[in-house]
Design a protein around this ligand. Structure first.
Ligand code: ADP
Ligand code: MG
Length: 629
């Protein structure tokens, strides 16, 4: 209610003051520079609504003309800065390399300059006045836009649709303007309103110091400067311009908040520190983790988790209402075709979603810490990613398909392990080196002393994956998420890594989420299996249940596509696989998402999304015909 009221107030105030400023010459106002010596420091009256200043000029009229100057300078500076900053950010972010160096690096110089010093310099060179002021403010705010644009461009430049435009052979300029720019427009609009507010404050500050608007022209900063020596005699003279300034900045900020909620729900608009603070920009909301007593044995309980990714064609639900549980020491396999949301589930737990475009929309992630009676479960879903470092590594670790992705090619294995160890443990360097050696032995790397001194490229794929696992285990996590850790390896090495994970799980009693698209490897490692399709869990059960009595047609399809030894022997290479393709998350079928590819589907399947129905104590399936399957 209050939020609506403040928004209405803000819009009304801005319309009023903006309208009066624009129409000032047409309004029956006193001449803002005409002095009426008889009414110096006069009280408000019917002739002079807000009284008179130290020269007897009409304060009301000066406020309106001051608004004109302020808004004109601020809006034109914000527009100029936007044009310059957006262009630099687009070029730097899109082309990178040397273009990034000549577009983005000089901005760091501007950022490192105190704004006042820059203003003094410019005034000395160009002389004071509104023109100079506009130029100074525009230069000061170019980095704010450039950085926001740059960040946005980086997050969209490798997305499929930009790649697609590139593959179609469009020229870069066209891709930038038609494909990239519209996607970064929201945050830039938000930045624009922030910059206008900051400009108004800075303009007043500079005019106050005599570096801005030149007397006798009117400006709020000049009015404050003029009224200050007389504040004991006539405090109202000081109050009016201050009020005008406060209400204007408040209103613009309120409008900015509104725009941000509209365009950028995740909202962490890059702060341009000084003006950002002057403009009263709010720090990102920090959520407090909820905690409760843990259920015995439980390690991770995901409830109804939905993760959204914003795409140019609207938000998609990469995962949609996922519920799953991992107990201490239990291995849960997450299986499904590519694009079913397995990785997004792991990344949601680790708070490693794609920056800016990915967010947890709803749901809970209860993670249990501590032992026995003292164990407490914490809901990680609302913990902001920026606060999540405390959990990563120490409570949960993750390994990926491509170990090179997490190994830095320019440092030795030993250096990287020692670094990871000292992050989590308060130990001396010598002790950390000793621990690194032990870690390498633990993950089964032969000749560990030598390997410590080697670089990632000197190791085989399997060895690298072992090192990545060792790094993930440095902080003694209770949960390990392995996202297709064996997919890039050949079959014999695959089996060794599976054995290693199994061994680690048994000896350290950690919970394991093993993500794979290949049901074939699941039997060797998992206790339970969760099958995902199009962002939803479609079936879950123990390994025996999933392999010997699957209840969802999709699970059956996955099983049928696993090559069996007898198939390989008979020389018949044809694999039974699932017809059709995974639907686009932007065009999901109504009802059961698997129905269009399912040989069991009936009309009833397309009516509503089926519930996950209990089959046995440990098995559940999202299919209305599970009893017949
Ligand atoms: P899986 O790991 O099961 O192959 P993902 O979890 O990676 O699947 O993807 C789930 C859904 O999220 C897919 O529809 C995919 O298109 C979408 N998605 C994943 N990453 C991105 C991204 N960076 N931008 C847009 N969509 C994405
Ligand atoms: Mg994946």
């Amino acid at each position: 209610m209050l939020r609506h009221f403040t928004l209405i107030f803000a819009v009304a105030f801005l319309l009023l003051i903006g309208g009066m400023a624009v129409l000032a010459p047409l309004l029956p106002l006193h001449d803002p520079v005409q002095m009426d010596v008889m009414s110096r420091l006069g009280k408000p009256s019917l002739t002079y609504l807000l009284g008179n200043d130290e020269y007897g000029r009409d304060i009301f009229s000066r406020i309106i003309y001051g608004a004109q100057a302020s808004l004109a300078v601020s809006l034109s500076a914000a527009v100029l800065a936007a044009i310059g900053g957006v262009a630099l950010g687009l070029l730097g972010g899109y082309f990178q390399g040397w273009i990034e160096n000549i577009t983005m690096r000089p901005l760091d110089v501007i950022l490192s300059f105190p704004p006042m010093l820059l203003a003094l310099l410019a005034v000395t060179l160009l002389g004071p006045g509104t023109g100079t002021l506009t130029v100074i403010l525009a230069i000061l705010f170019i980095p704010a836009y450039a950085r926001v644009t740059y960040g946005e461009v980086l997050s969209v430049r490798n997305l499929e649709y930009v790649e697609a435009a590139r593959a179609l052979g469009h020229r870069s300029g066209r891709i930038l303007l038609r494909t990239v720019l519209p996607n970064v427009a929201g945050p830039i609009l938000v930045q624009f309103s922030l910059v206008v507010a900051s400009c108004i404050v800075l303009e007043s500050g500079l005019s106050f110091l005599g570096l801005g608007v030149v007397p006798p022209d009117s400006s709020w900063g000049l009015m404050i400067r003029g009224a200050r020596p007389y504040m004991h005699m006539e405090p109202l003279g000081l109050l009016w311009p201050c009020l005008a300034l406060v209400f204007t900045v408040f209103s613009i900020n309120r409008l900015c908040d509104f725009l941000r909620d509209m365009f950028d729900p995740k909202a962490s608009v890059a702060a341009f520190t000084l003006p950002g603070m002057l403009a009263g920009q709010r720090l990102s909301r920090t959520a407090h983790a909820m905690s409760r007593k843990a259920e015995p044995d439980s390690l991770l309980q995901i409830r109804d988790l939905t993760t959204e990714i914003s795409t140019p064609r609207g938000p998609i639900r990469a995962i949609d209402g996922v519920t799953l549980q991992v107990r201490r020491g239990e291995a849960v396999a997450l299986v499904g075709e590519s694009g079913s949301g397995k990785s997004m589930t792991g990344l949601s737990v680790m708070k490693l979603l794609p920056r800016r475009i990915g967010r947890i929309a709803s749901g809970e992630i209860w993670y249990s810490r501590g032992e026995g009676e003292n164990a407490r479960a914490i809901d990680l879903a609302p913990v902001p990613a920026s606060h999540f470092r405390a959990y990563r590594g120490r409570d949960m670790g993750m390994v990926f398909q491509e170990p090179m992705a997490c190994l830095n090619p320019v440092y030795t294995i030993g250096y990287q392990l020692v670094e990871a160890i000292t992050v989590h443990n308060n130990v001396s360097k010598a002790k950390a080196e000793e621990m690194a050696l032990a870690e390498l032995k633990r993950v089964g790397i032969p000749d560990p002393e030598r390997r410590l001194r080697e670089y990632p490229h000197q190791l085989s794929g399997g060895m690298r994956q072992r090192v990545a696992i060792a790094i993930a285990l440095c902080g003694q996590p209770n949960l390990l998420i392995a996202d297709e850790p064996t997919t890039a390896l050949d079959v014999t090495v695959q089996a060794q890594i599976l054995e290693l994970l199994e061994d680690i799980r048994r000896t350290s009693n950690i919970g394991l989420i093993f993500i794979t698209h290949n049901l074939g490897v699941v039997a060797e490692i998992a206790d339970r299996v969760v099958v995902m399709y199009c962002g939803q869990v479609v079936e879950e059960g123990s390994v025996e249940e999933i392999f010997y009595s699957p209840r969802h047609p999709y699970t059956r399809g996955l099983l049928a596509s696993v090559p069996k030894p007898e198939d390989l022997n008979s020389g018949e290479k044809r694999l039974a696989s699932i017809p059709g393709t995974v639907p686009s998350p932007l065009a999901l079928p109504p009802g059961c998402r698997f129905a269009p590819r399912c040989s069991y589907s009936t009309e009833a399947c397309s009516v509503a999304v089926p519930e996950l129905e209990v089959v046995t104590e440990s098995q559940a399936a999202r299919c209305i015909r599970w009893k017949e399957i």
